[in-house]
Design a protein around this ligand. Structure first.
Ligand code: ARG
Length: 461
């Protein structure tokens, strides 16, 4: 028997082509648990409004319990005629409690306010899981920072050697954006925590049902202020899509570095066998596939967001069926991050850094030139002149194929009278890093404090 939620005014059923186009159970079935929770809350407000007897409510809740168990066990699944998750579950409900009682549950609600609520319930739950997975990655970065606390590396701008930094400082520079991703999801939750249930199709409920009670029942601190907005708005879904895409882009930026660092030319890291792949033809290969997949999937996450925003653009109020297209992109974003993050964290946790190689390269490429200029400033030389003098040192080295610490006292004196032998105190990687001791700098003491703050934030969340 067909249990479509509409049909009274239609002479016949929909064409097969329409039924296939309209179908959403192959993706919205994942909302079944939330739909049943919504039905329970709805049954309770129907009772509070005097539209159900106490016995009817009890029978309904028992029926919903049985339905939920059958959904969980896989005994109840949607069929082709079910159109969507709401229709399928209503069929299952009616099969369990009979048409008389089963037919009373639909009063005062619409699939429009239902779906808008369910997608929020689902995303709020998933956001907590994703935040936890992001924090695991932050912890892995913090562990690596701690394990390699003394390792120096060439800090880069424009991918060129710039100034020496601690590897720990660099790794933590990747941790902070991830912490902001977590914060962004938490902050997003404040806006997502508003229940559209009770908005009806668009104009609100006429049956004396209390939207606030349904909201509280479903874990929302508030219900929608405007029933049109409640059913038509999807900015909360798009904002989730942004948070997911941003996290993906943050992973992609880490990925690019790991891919570079793992090359023969850099030789900064070795990937663990369990987190790298081989080649079908080249026996020697060990490839950074996790990092590459993360870099690739960030494009997919951006696509999910772009598709979603494009769907919303130009939609008139209130509900339009276009809005059904909001789900697959965010479901894909959720699945993508759940798949990616554990592998990514495993890869980061098992990276082995070649500290010797990094330290050897840290002072190369004249990365201590700024230290000479700033040392001169401390000797009261105007910075523009100091910059010229340090530049002359670099030129002298380049001409002779040597590096800054190789210049003799006489060489320094010939370049400028200000360059006394004391300048050597900043011509080591350690001296350079130790001098950057203001808050946020790469001095070991500051980086130690930074690591403690990252750990504290992880523990707080
Ligand atoms: N499946 C729809 C969606 O995902 C919800 C049902 C609303 N359908 C309707 N014909 N008003 O948005």
């Amino acid at each position: 028997e067909v249990t479509r939620l509409w049909g009274g005014r239609f002479a016949g059923g929909p064409s097969d082509a329409l039924a296939r186009l309209s179908l959403s159970t192959h993706f919205d079935w994942r909302l079944a648990r939330h739909d049943i929770a919504g039905s329970r809350a709805h049954a309770r407000v129907l009772r509070s409004a005097g539209l159900l007897t106490a016995e009817e409510l009890e029978a309904m809740l028992a029926g919903l319990d049985r339905l939920e168990a059958d959904v969980a066990s896989g005994d109840f699944t949607p069929v082709l005629e079910d159109e969507d998750v709401h229709t399928a579950l209503e069929r299952g409900f009616i099969e369990r409690v009979g048409p008389e009682l089963g037919g009373r549950l639909r009063a005062g609600r619409s699939r429009n306010d239902q779906i808008a609520t369910l997608v929020r319930m689902y995303l709020r739950e998933e956001a907590r899981g994703i935040a936890g997975e992001l924090l695991d990655l932050v912890s892995a970065l913090a562990d690596q920072a701690e394990a390699n606390a003394a390792v120096a590396m060439p800090g880069r701008t424009h991918l060129q050697h710039a100034q020496p930094v601690l590897l720990a400082h660099h790794l933590l520079a990747h941790a902070w954006p991830l912490l902001r991703d977590v914060e962004r999801l938490r902050d997003w939750d404040r806006r997502a925590a508003v229940s559209p249930y009770g908005s009806g199709a668009l104009a609100g409920s006429s049956l004396g049902l209390d939207p606030g009670a349904v909201a509280a029942d479903l874990g929302f601190p508030a219900s929608a202020e405007n029933s049109i907005d409640g059913t038509a708005a999807r900015d909360v879904v798009a904002e989730f899509g942004f948070a997911a895409a941003m996290a993906g882009v943050d992973l992609s930026r880490i990925s690019e570095e790991i891919i570079l660092w793992a090359t023969k030319e850099f030789s900064f890291v070795t990937l663990d066998d369990a987190y790298s792949t081989g080649s079908s033809i080249m026996p020697q290969k060990k490839n950074p596939d996790i990092a590459e997949l993360a870099r690739g999937k960030s494009g997919r996450l951006i696509g999910d967001l772009a598709g979603l925003l494009t769907t919303l653009k130009g939609l008139p109020l209130a509900y339009n069926r276009d809005l059904q297209e909001d789900k697959e992109p965010v479901f894909d974003a959720v699945d993508t991050l759940h798949l990616l993050l554990p592998a990514f964290t495993g890869m980061v946790a098992t990276l082995r850094f070649n500290g010797e190689r990094m330290a050897e390269l840290a002072p190369q490429g004249f990365s201590l030139a700024t230290d000479i200029a700033e040392w001169l400033v401390r000797q009261r030389v105007p910075f523009r002149e100091a910059h010229e003098i340090a530049g002359a040192c670099v030129r002298a080295c380049e001409e002779r194929g040597i590096d800054l610490p190789d210049l003799s006292d006489a060489d320094f004196a010939a370049i400028s009278e200000h360059l006394t032998p004391q300048v050597r105190e900043v011509l080591t990687v350690e001296g350079s890093m130790a001098s950057r001791s203001a808050k946020g700098g790469t001095a070991p003491a500051r980086v130690g404090e930074q690591l403690a703050r990252v750990r504290a934030l992880v523990a707080e969340h």
